[in-house]
Design a protein around this ligand. Structure first.
Ligand code: MG
Length: 351
């Protein structure tokens, strides 16, 4: 049995339903309409989040691919982990917001969380080369985004069009802006902290403009294992679905007849203060991830709408983190409340 769910992108869901003919198709949003012609087909259509949850919890479904954008994906990820499924997780914000609760629940239900995020897929693959007690640190690679090498003052006049041009990956607008501020790497530091149960001191970041090495793992003896492949999300998606098996993949393959130069550069924490925020939020845990993520989602929306200067994205996040009411052991509902609070703060934030 297979099902597809979308929030409100009904048109794209219809295309996918006619291509893949799943048993179920679910539209999460109650206020959009499903074309009546769709009901005649072999797929059964449902609507509302409770239908999404029923699909996730259906005992005939063994693997859930969580590919929503933002903290909005958390309820679905929670349902998947809570029902003990294999969870191919592309929605990093779930772990940023509630990583400690999700990984604890996964250990209780037997759910396996396999990362789809390319860096975390790389780390997951590299970790197969040694035991957990032999690990020294993981090194997340970052392309550096379109403003690699820029100073803080050069970035003051960045426009949405400039931020939306990513040098190596073709992704959605939210994550592309996150790459430009390097907030994406901050989110990934927090994601790695929970996913692999790491101390922040066991996480490092290196700038790798070619996006060919997707991350590295350093073991106790100093040996460093990396995962290398052309940037193509089909590879980590397939790996998460098939692990521990490997099969030929439609993803782009390395052309070994061509010369290849790899650079690894230290990150510029002064030009990209978001990175420091990522390490701090990973260190403090508790409510910090939820606040950092929610403030960032709103700040990115405001920047894309043209009513926030680029450097203020990180500024808003830092400011709201600094004055939020920290709780070291929040419940899921407290995290949702904190998420709402940080969104309201970020919406009314002014210089
Ligand atoms: Mg990534």
């Amino acid at each position: 049995m297979a099902g597809l769910a979308a929030h409100r992108s009904v048109e794209r869901l219809c295309q996918q339903v006619s291509e893949f003919r799943p048993d179920w198709a679910v539209v999460g949003c109650e206020s959009v309409s499903i074309p009546s012609t769709e009901h005649a087909r072999h797929t059964r259509w449902y609507q509302g989040f409770s239908a999404v949850e029923s699909l996730i919890r259906n005992p005939q479904i063994s693997t859930i691919v969580c590919a929503m954008v933002g903290a909005a994906g958390l309820p679905a990820t929670w349902a998947a982990v809570d029902s003990g499924k294999r969870v191919a997780l592309a929605n990093k914000e779930s772990l940023v917001v509630a990583g400690s609760l999700i990984m604890k629940r996964a250990a209780e239900t037997g759910a396996s969380v396999i990362p789809v995020d390319s860096e975390h897929s790389a780390i997951f693959q590299c970790l197969q080369a040694g035991r957990r007690d032999q690990l020294r640190r993981v090194i997340l690679t970052a392309s550096g985004g379109p403003f690699r090498g820029w100073t803080r003052s050069q970035m003051a006049s960045v426009t949405p069009a400039m931020a939306l041009k990513h040098p190596t990956w073709n992704m959605g607008p939210k994550i592309t802006v996150d790459s430009a501020t390097m907030m994406n790497k901050a989110l990934e530091i927090i994601e790695a902290r929970w996913l692999f149960d790491l101390k922040p001191s066991e996480i490092a970041v290196t700038i790798h403009p070619q996006s060919l090495i997707h991350s590295l793992v350093e073991f106790a003896d100093g040996s460093v294992i990396s995962q290398f492949s052309p940037p193509d999300m089909r590879l980590p998606i397939q790996y998460a679905l098939l692990f521990p098996d490997r099969l030929p993949s439609p993803a782009r393959q390395t052309d070994w007849t061509q010369p290849c130069t790899l650079e690894l550069l230290p990150p510029d924490l002064d030009a990209f203060p978001a990175l420091r925020l990522g390490f701090e939020a990973a260190e403090q845990g508790g409510t910090c991830g939820a606040v950092l993520n929610a403030a960032n989602e709103i700040a990115v929306e405001r920047f894309l709408a043209g009513n926030l200067p680029f450097p203020c994205i990180t500024h808003i996040v830092q400011d709201i983190l600094n004055h939020h009411k920290f709780d070291a052991q929040p419940t899921l509902s407290q995290l949702f409340a904190m998420d709402r609070w940080a969104r309201e703060e970020a919406t009314r934030w002014t210089l």
